[in-house]
Design a protein around this ligand. Sequence first.
Ligand code: GLV
Ligand code: GLV
Length: 370
Amino acid sequence: MSHKIRVFATCDIGRDALDILRQKGYGLEVYPEPEAPPKSLIVEKVKSGIDGLITTLRDPIDAEIFAAGQGTLKVVAQYAVGFDNINRADANKYRIPFTNTPDVLTEATAEFAFFLMGALARKIWPAEHLTRENRWGYWHPYLPFLGDEVTGKTVAVIGTGRIGLAFIKKCAGFDMNILCFDPAYQNHDYIRAIQEVKDLRFQRGISRERATIRYTSLNEALSNADFVSIHVPLLREGESETPTYHLINEKTLRTMKPTAMIINTSRGPVVDEVALARALRENWIAGAALDVYAKEPLPADSPLRDPSIADRCRLLPHFASAARITRLSSDPNKGMAGRCVQGLIDVLEGNHGGDVTKMPYVVNKEAFAK
Ligand code: GLV
Ligand code: GLV
């Protein structure tokens, strides 16, 4: 008798994608609550002998889980591009592959970062509050406040992976000068191509001034930028030669211009929130727009909620990829749900000749290299 494949999903990732697993005859159990299940429940499910585990960024996946699945658990399929909640060394120790959902959320996340930058700079939130609270007493050239343009300004892009490059592409459309920094990965071809696009726009009279793009040091990027947007993965001390934990801290915030604004759509712990709240309170910098936090959901007592900085601190609920097609499409080339399920199927059904190192969505290929 052939073994029936069993999968546990810690979260409902949408019916269309899950139906693909049901149609294959897999035994599928989905945790029914909107909140993350307790870790003990995940351990229990894994111990019961499931073949595949679908996780989100809310689930801590470490040696305890992998040990519980020793000999039975074949794959962890993460519904996210980031996988800092999964202990890679532990996955490798137990030789269990895990997958993620890159590419399909790149443009959605990059455009959200761009929109946050614009909303912050043009003071959309305080301006709407003014209107709604009936404090719009007159039209005036500069009262009660002005915003700042994005067009033609200088933006520092910290992290030039897929999302950082997509963000650069959007900034190029706004004739921004772009300073790139990446501690680990540079894509000079892409940056050259963007410069060519900028040059063409200038030559053909589409842009009034010639904008530039180049790689530089973190210090130079931060000290010259009007806007700083962060697109690095979270890597803690010991996980990488170039850790990104608290990359933005008191020292780096102090190198920014007092008129500068920072946008974070990557991972919360890349920014020291206590230092950032202080930087906003004491006007070392002019604004911040955050989508991610050290602790999520954002705690009620977070210093970022200080009402005295509310006009210059936008707080969003880890929402950058939260667009319909990006989140739910069952097409692995369009949606996180489709890509998550495809990554799971690739491992469980031995696609790509059963060679884990050839499966496109497997992250920890190093554990399987011969
Ligand atoms: C969301 O934060 C993701 O990593 O996909
Ligand atoms: C994530 O997809 C990144 O490379 O920025």
